[in-house]
Design a protein around this ligand. Sequence first.
Ligand SMILES: [Zn+2]
Length: 243
Amino acid sequence: MLGGLFFLLGLMSGSFLNVVIYRLIKRDSLLFPGSHCMYCQSKLRFFEIIPVLSYVFLKGQCRYCGHKLPLVYPIVELMSGIAFWLLYMQRGMTWDLLPGYIFTAFLITVAFMDGLWGIIPDRLNYPTLVIGLLLSLWMHNIFSALIGMIALGGLFLLIFIFSQGGLGGGDVKLALVIGVFCGWPGALGAFFIASVLAAVYAVVLLVSKKAGLKSAIKFGPFLALGSWAAWVYADIISLGFII
Ligand SMILES: [Zn+2]
């Protein structure tokens, strides 16, 4: 029952994340104007902004101008619904859900902004970094958060310097945020999972000849997925590092 409520909360949060993903890139305000079609600017009524369902009923088109709506909309909504539900199933009704949901929302937004446009905005990284530090103070794991931040941020800074453009400055700041939320050794787990996923993806691209040896792949989406897994399944992963 509660799981279903958290799934709904995730769906609705996903709607807002879509707004963030598509407005932040244009430096638009997140709150004004209200829900509108980004192609014809028509104001949307309540039944046109129901997560996932509206997209299905409108057959992926704007009711006013007929422009195709991004498939990203329902994907983001479903992903955050499932992620919120999984988080609740893993951690139960605890205070852990608060940093968990903030981190989840941040990671989904970052993954799609980096995937779509190759940009991880400071306007996301900096506030989330501060929120993460405050939450870790409150939850008594500030030392783990600081070690995670310095370790992962430092590692990315080194890669940034030596890869000469293989990694963006946004990735380094993203690494700081992930370090704070995942702590130590979670941050290491996040990096490890992300690297394995990215390597598998690269091999698939190479084998299917969709990319050559010199093509660059965006690391943000993999890092987001790896960090999320490392955060939610922290117990299992830290156990793995001890063994
Ligand atoms: Zn429209």
